[in-house]
Structures are given as C-alpha cells and as structure tokens.
Design a protein around this ligand. Sequence first.
Ligand code: COA
Ligand code: MG
Length: 293
Amino acid sequence: MRSLLFVPGDSERKLEKGFAAGADVVIVDLEDSVAPQNKATARDTAASFILEHRGQTSSSIYVRVNDLSTGLTDDDLAALVAARPDGIMLPKSNSGQDVQQLAAKLRVREAENGLTDGAIRILPIITETPAGVLAAATYAGASARLIGLTWGAEDLSAAIGARSARDGQGRYTDVFRHARLTTILAAGAAEVAAIDTVFPNFRDIAAFSTECAEAERDGFTGKMAIHPDQVPVINAAFTPSPDAVSQSAAIVSAFQAAGNPGVVGIDGKMYDRPHLRLAERLLARARAAGVSA
Ligand code: COA
Ligand code: MG
C-alpha cells in the first residue's frame, strides 16, 4: 500500500482515469469531494462503477464514507458494501471506538452480502478532529480490520481555527507537525501502516517529490494522492531502492550465517537486533512492492 489515489465518487470520468492510474489503492470518495446534494447519486455511480470495472484494474478499492456524526454512514455502507470494496476509509475518526463502531456495522453488511466476516479492512483518518489527535493511542488493538492509520490537516485547521497549516517556508506549523508524528507513533504502536496525507498543489511535482522522500525517511510506508500525476512519484519514493534492498539482504544473511546472534559486524560496522528488524521490515516492503532481493 504505497500510493492511495482519491477519486471523487460522483465522477465516472475520474473513476475511469483513477482505475487506470497505477495506484496501489483507489479511494472512491463519498465525503469531502462530493457536494451534499450529490451524495445519493455518488453512492449509485460509485457502486455501479466498481461492480462493472473491478476486473479492469490491479488497484485495491477502498471507499471513503461520510463520518459517523453525519448520519450518512449507514446509507453509504448499504450502497457500497454490495460492491465488495477491499476497505473503508473512515474520516474524522475520534478514537479506536469509532473504528470498533464501523467494524460492527461492516460485520452486519458483510453477512447481508455473503462476504467473509472481517473481509473489509478499515483505514481511519485520525487527526481531523482535536479529540482524534489526543486519542491516537486508542487505535492499538481496536480491531483486526485496522490496516493502517493516516492523517489530514484541512479539517483539523477548520476545527481549531488555524488560518494555515504551513508557515512562510511551506513547513507545517507545530500543531500539524504534532498530528503528523502522532500518526507515525500511533501506527507503530498499533503495528499497522503509517500513511502520509495529501499534498494539494498537484502541479508542483518537485515539492511533492521532496515531501514523499521525507515521509519515507520518517517511517511512513505510503502516501495519499489527489491527482493521477502524483501516483508514480509516490510509488517510486516508497519502493525500496536496489541498494537498500541488497544492504538489508546482506544484514539478514549475516545474522543467519552467524547462527542468529544478538550482534554481528559487517565491513567494520556493528549491527544488532534493531538493525535486523529494520532490515526485515524493508525486505517485507520490497516484496509487497514486487521488488526482490
Ligand atoms: N482521479 C482520477 N482522475 C483525475 C483525478 C483524480 N483524483 N484528478 C484529475 N483527474 C483527471 C482529470 O479528470 C483530467 O482528465 P480529463 O482530461 O480526461 O478530463 C486529467 O486527470 C487531468 O486533470 P487536470 O486537468 O490536471 O486536473 P483537474 O483540474 O481536472 O482536477 C482536481 C483537479 C483537484 C479537481 C482533481 O485532481 C480532483 O478531483 N482530485 C481529487 C480530489 C479529492 O478526491 N479530494 C478528496 C481528498 S483530499
Ligand atoms: Mg476532509
């Protein structure tokens, strides 16, 4: 799950482009990119499009429903679970309890649609409300459906009244840096993927590329996109490089060759258990991306 491309659920044209964009995940959006008066038609458009075109894309299909406080979530699920999405993105999640509430709803819908119990995964956006940021630790162990955690800046800005999430140099201000790093730590604690948020200036590929590289460096394993042009940039940034793969493979082999000790020396440098764990994580990401050692 390196690239996750948002596609407005009420646009067949964009759904078609999105399915062909090469993203690991297409997130069919019923929430903020769909106008309130279009919610009902978006459900129908999205559900029929997914059912008809599922075989024509290699992307996994997630659906972003409207949040639990809107009163729209049940209708979203009623229309979309029948299209058998791989996952549901839950916006404005306030805590692990919201994930559990969604999991209970999904269990019923899965049963009604003849799907395996637990088949549909959950990816919450955990920093869109102030309460959500403060409850980040509650996601660990919340549900076996939890596949990752991601974050967002726009709704948090609106909720706290921040006029901008970035300073004059384009760097996130403190509250948003806090939200970002909280997501990395909460995902680590929950042992699920940390997914970085969107970058709205879709024409600025250079700045986007830098942001992807920084996200990968800091522990995110994927990033959301709002435009097809961002997808290849994300896939490149989050696919381990051949150098990183061979270096990690060398570390794993050195531990194996030495009988799995606590520490080994390679080329005059010490490697102990955390280095082994990091190397194994990177190799797992490489395998998931189809890159082998
Ligand atoms: N998914 C699929 N196709 C998309 C797309 C997306 N996210 N964004 C753009 N495209 C398509 C456009 O429809 C256009 O296709 P066309 O020439 O056949 O009409 C092509 O890619 C080029 O688009 P471009 O002209 O560069 O951008 P735009 O001005 O048409 O669209 C946005 C700009 C921001 C409106 C559009 O990228 C978008 O809708 N993004 C997703 C927004 C979203 O889902 N937000 C919620 C999460 S934050
Ligand atoms: Mg939003």
